[in-house]
Design a protein around this ligand. Structure first.
Ligand code: HEC
Length: 122
């Protein structure tokens, strides 16, 4: 009987462990965005002027992609930048548009590894 209870508890624990609260939160924290529209408004709202069209950093702003910072930090920074970047209020860039820009940044592919470029390995 005792064995059975232990087995049951172990099974329940492993089932509920399938998705930890942290993972669920991460998925919920990244809203669904439209990368194509994000790319358009990234250009239209002038992000490229400081962060470059490829979002890999420019003269004034740092690299935003590939692998952008987590979404909560991203949207917070847009609303309340801490240093030289101008703020983008919800009137200028809606929450949906922030999600679209983020989707665009997520879609930027990582650069190939140097070891995969033949001329760099001569
Ligand atoms: C006038 C130049 C300028 C424009 C336009 C601009 N940024 Fe920035 N951005 C910066 C600078 C400079 C920083 C570095 C921190 C600072 O000085 O505020 C920054 C930082 C950021 C960061 C934080 C990066 C990190 O790693 O912490 C994000 C996210 C960001 N910008 C997104 C955007 C988006 C999206 C747009 C367009 C809606 C935009 N920026 C438009 C200049 C700009």
């Amino acid at each position: 009987m005792r064995f059975l209870i232990v087995m049951t508890l172990t099974m329940v624990a492993s089932l509920s462990g399938a998705q930890t609260p942290a993972q669920a939160q991460t998925a919920a924290a990244v809203p669904r965005g439209n990368a194509e529209n994000g790319k358009k408004i990234y250009a239209a709202y002038g992000c490229y002027q400081c962060h470059n069209y490829a979002a890999n950093g420019g003269g004034a702003g740092p690299r935003l992609a590939p692998r952008p910072i987590p979404f909560p930090a991203f949207s917070r920074y847009l609303r309340e930048p801490k240093d030289q970047m101008p703020p983008y209020t919800a009137k200028m860039v809606t929450d949906q548009e922030v999600a679209d820009i983020y989707s665009f940044l997520m879609s930027v592919p990582a650069a190939p590894a140097a070891s995969s470029i033949p001329i760099l390995n001569n």
